[in-house]
Design a protein around this ligand. Structure first.
Ligand code: GLU
Length: 482
């Protein structure tokens, strides 16, 4: 028998930014489909008009593409199973709702607000009592004819248990008495998620439904519909929640960070995607840094755990730093350009040289300005900086070192790292001092700081001869070394 082609989907609601949890669902759907040579589909679930946020569909398209999670079918790329936007599928839902009514899986409900309100118990919970299930065909016809507003409800059996096997959570059972006859088609004619997801997953040929664990307990309801229609149920893969800390879920509604926020903060995109993949999945051999292609190759459901994972920004930052270290200077400059532009040094120094200095010293591009701005911030500083016990220097040492170093630097025909290194080392020998004494003093003299990214040679090379000498003169004057 020919094996069925795997088809997975990502079905976000356009309610704002694509948050980390949503992106992980998309990523796992993509990885699973690609691992099995299948298709990954994007479907926009926009039937809740109240939660719709203008522009968020574009954010979904852009984010997935930017993250490299490419879909084979979707609203903007087309495909044979469209439309891929639920609000454009109303007629389809209506047709299938009628069909489900015929099959006894659903019924018209004409109860008005007051009647529904009257069903509330002392805790304010409202559970529909199947009143309209018992209307005669004639009554239903009359009400429909005379335009009485209605919803269509699912007809859930009053007894029995709905069971299924989830590939992450195992066997799940929910008693039908704990479910209510939920609305499938609302009075405005729009379907609810509960109905649309079933119809669409079936019609779009979805073989594996991958989504958040919040749908675990409502899945038996969906299975009732698959069964009533005589459709094959999909395979279910529910994903554990992502937590902000031990007790709080990471959530879009609480404004927790989105993919776009992290890109804006200068995290390397591949690192964000890579880190997100690890939220709930442990690849074999504990692989951590992986390209998307490597993730596809390694992806396996056995590695997905049921327990919630905690989003650890520090770890993602570390991973971002690992990606940065591997970049060429040119790539670092082009990908971090926006952040160089925000710094005070932009347009004044050779960015490739700065890149060489920064690559091993930043974990995100966002750190670029704070790391390089000091180059432009030179002015009076505390002469106590020359005193350093371990380096065996103090103000007296500086008074000897600085004039000699100034003279040497002024005489250099070239100001590249190697020349600076060799000449300063020769100066150390001539002065009969320790390396640290000379290097420390000159670095303080040209930076005015206790710590700098990069040592004195790198710094002098970036500043250039003229600026280095100007700073030497300033420092010599400041400590009265002449
Ligand atoms: N629209 C649903 C959501 O955003 C999708 C759930 C699913 O994947 O079935 O949560």
């Amino acid at each position: 028998m020919k094996e069925q082609k795997v088809r997975t989907r990502f079905a976000p609601s356009p309610t704002g930014y694509l948050h980390i949890g949503g992106l992980r669902t998309a990523l796992y759907g993509y990885l699973f489909a690609k691992k099995h040579g299948g298709d990954f589909i994007l479907r926009i679930e926009d039937t809740d008009l109240q939660r719709y946020v203008e522009g968020s569909v574009e954010i979904i398209y852009d984010t997935l593409k930017d993250a490299g999670i490419l879909y084979d079918e979707g609203p903007d790329v087309g495909g044979d199973f469209g439309p891929y936007v639920q609000s454009e599928r109303r007629d389809i839902y209506h047709k299938y709702a009628q069909e489900l009514i015929r099959r006894g899986g659903a019924y018209y409900c004409f109860c008005d607000k007051e009647r529904i309100e009257s069903l509330r118990d002392e805790n304010g919970n409202c559970r529909y009592d199947k009143h309209c299930l018992h209307l005669s065909e004639k009554e239903i016809e009359e009400k429909l004819k005379s335009g009485v507003p209605y919803v269509i409800r699912q007809n859930i059996p009053e007894t029995g248990t709905g069971s299924y096997h989830d590939l992450v959570y195992g066997d799940i059972s929910v008693d039908f008495k704990d479910m209510e006859d939920g609305i499938l088609i609302k009075s405005d004619g729009m379907p609810t998620y509960n109905f649309a997801n079933v119809v669409d997953d079936h019609l779009m040929g979805i073989t594996h439904v991958i989504r958040g664990s919040e749908y675990l307990s409502s899945t038996p309801k969906y299975n009732l519909m698959y069964d009533a229609f005589g459709w094959e149920r999909p395979v279910y893969i529910h994903l554990p929640p992502i937590m902000k800390d031990e007790r709080h879920k990471l959530s879009k509604r609480n404004g927790d960070a989105s993919y776009a926020d992290f890109v804006e903060k200068g995290f390397v995109k591949e690192a964000i995607v890579n880190y997100i993949a690890l939220l709930g999945w442990s690849p074999k051999e504990n692989a951590e840094k992986m390209t998307l292609a490597e993730m596809v190759e390694k992806f396996s459901l056995d590695g997905i755990s049921k327990s919630p994972s905690i989003f650890d920004e520090t770890k993602m930052r570390w991973l971002s730093g690992e990606y940065i270290k591997e970049m060429s200077d040119e790539e670092f400059v082009s990908r971090g350009l926006e952040f160089f532009k925000k710094s005070k040094v932009y347009g004044k120094y050779d960015l490739n040289k700065l890149a060489a200095l920064l690559k091993t010293r930043v974990e995100t591009f966002g750190e670029i300005p704070e790391k390089v701005d000091f180059l432009e911030e030179f002015g009076p500083y505390d002469p106590a900086l020359f005193t350093h016990k371990k380096m065996k220097t103090d103000l007296e040492v500086a008074k000897k070192v600085l004039p000699a170093a100034r003279e040497l630097l002024a005489s250099l025909p070239s100001f590249d790292f190697q020349t600076l290194h060799d000449e300063l080392m020769a100066l150390v020998a001539r002065l009969g001092m320790k390396n640290g004494q000379v290097l420390w003093c000159v670095r303080v003299a040209i930076s005015g700081r206790e710590s700098t990214p990069g040592g004195v040679m790198e710094l002098a090379e970036i500043l250039g001869k003229e600026e280095t000498l100007r700073r030497m003169d300033f420092s010599i004057g400041m400590i009265g070394a002449k």
